[in-house]
Every structure is written in C-alpha cells, then in structure tokens.
Design a protein around this ligand. Structure first.
Ligand SMILES: N[C@@H](CCC(=O)N[C@@H](CS)C(=O)NCC(=O)O)C(=O)O
Length: 233
C-alpha cells in the first residue's frame, strides 16, 4: 500500500506546503490507492523534508522522486500525450515554480514579521504557549537563513513580487485559454503550479505575491479548476 506523508492542512488548503499539495495531486492523478498521513514530521524524514512516500518498505523522499517512482512502478506517464518540446517546457515551468516562486512564498511567510505571527499560530498553535516562542523562533531562523542563502530573501517584498509577476505572466501565456497548461487534462506541471498558486492565494493576510496572482484572473480560475480536478474528492 502507498502511504504519503505530508504537512497538515492549513489556511483552508489541503496542505500549507506546496510540495505536499503537489505530491497529493500526483498520487490522485496516478489512479493508485493510497493513504494520506498529514502528521508527517520532517525531522524523521531521510532528507528532513516532506513529502515522503512509503511503499513496500521503501521510503521515497522528494516530490520529484515520488513522481519518478510512481511513473516507473505503476507505468504511469503524467505527461502522456505531450511531445518532446512540450515535455521540455513542462520541466522548465516546474523548475520555475518550485525553485523560484516557492522561495518567494517562504520569504513572505517566514521572513516578514507581520506574516510570521500568522504562520506561528497556524503551524505551531499546538505547541504549549510557554515554550512556543522559543521553539518556533529557532525554526524560523532556519527558514530565514535558508531563503537568504538561496537568494530570494535578499530582495524586498516588492522586488520579489515584481520577479514572480514575470513568472506568472509566462504561466498565463502558456495557459492561454486552455483548461490546463497543455490542454484539457492536467499533467505534471499543473500539479506543481496549481499547488504553488493555491499556497499563495490561501494566505489570510494581503501580500504582494497574492496581489500579483489576483491581477491575472485566468490564473485564479485555473488554480481553482486545478483544485476541483486534482485534489482528493
Ligand atoms: N525538493 C523537495 C522540496 C520539499 C520541501 O521543501 N518541503 C518543505 C515544505 S514545502 C519542508 O519539508 N520543509 C521543512 C524544512 O525545511 O525543515 C520536494 O520536491 O519534495
């Protein structure tokens, strides 16, 4: 049996972690039966990150490896029907969403004081109040150091939004008037992009990132469509 470990739901999203949402969508799209454990603990994961998939005693870390595993093990092709050029575009879009836009989400959530207060309550509300500040400040420091090291955290919120806006415009141009990025059916790139978009728009406080998404109504509609089609029913 396939067992997927992810971060918990948050802000009305199936998971407050884009990579967890992506993996859930891939499992759904694979058509395989699986169980979802949303109490995953990254400290116990081999690469100290979630999502993680367990199958037949094997542990598969990283949503990319989960995709590869599902494709190999169950003879699934998430990009069925795509030609070589479309597959190349798909890979680039996935990388843009996951290795660029994602870090603007991390910075928005963890670096900005006004947003961090909301994250602390949503993610760590279960930690006793007496020690919550101490424990969570350490976790926050790790996230801020990571996003500063990656580079996104060195830009102001406005600079980040301006950069991400160009990515969003590229995604909207690729989408055009299609239901999904490459046609009528979602493919692997939709799982990544929809997860990222919905994790931007679910945040309960106005952010420049969310504003950038809202400026593109076709993307807002697409993210909602993705939720209807790819999320568990
Ligand atoms: N490349 C990984 C990235 C996974 C990732 O960054 N997960 C984040 C949550 S969205 C995480 O586990 N963070 C915990 C930490 O860094 O301590 C994948 O595709 O699965």
């Amino acid at each position: 049996m396939l067992k997927l470990f992810t971060f918990a739901p948050g802000f009305g999203e199936i998971s407050a972690s884009p990579f967890s949402v992506k993996a859930i969508c891939l499992l759904e799209m694979s058509g395989q039966a699986y169980t979802l454990n949303q109490k995953g603990d990254p400290r116990k994961a081999p690469k100290k990150k979630l999502p993680v998939l367990e199958h037949d005693g094997k542990i598969i870390s990283d949503s990319d490896d989960i995709r590869d595993y599902l494709e190999m093990q169950f003879n699934v092709d998430f990009d069925a029907g795509l030609n070589a050029e479309q597959r190349a575009v798909s890979r680039s879009i996935i990388r843009m969403a996951e290795e660029h836009i994602y870090f603007a989400i991390v910075s928005t959530r963890w670096q900005r004081d006004e947003n961090w207060a909301i994250i602390r309550e949503e993610f760590f509300g279960m930690i006793p109040r007496l020690v919550r500040k101490f424990v969570t400040n350490k976790i926050r420091k790790g996230a801020v150091t990571m996003v500063y090291g990656q580079g996104m955290g060195r830009h102001s919120e406005a600079e980040q939004a301006a950069r991400v806006s160009k990515d969003l415009a590229a995604i909207a141009a690729l989408l055009a008037d299609k239901p999904f990025l490459f046609g009528d059916k979602p493919t692997a790139a939709d799982a990544s992009v929809v997860a990222i978009l919905n994790n931007i728009t679910c945040f309960p406080r106005p952010t420049l990132l969310n504003e950038a998404v809202q400026k593109l109504p076709t993307l807002v509609a697409y993210a909602e469509r993705g939720k209807q089609v790819m999320y568990p029913k």
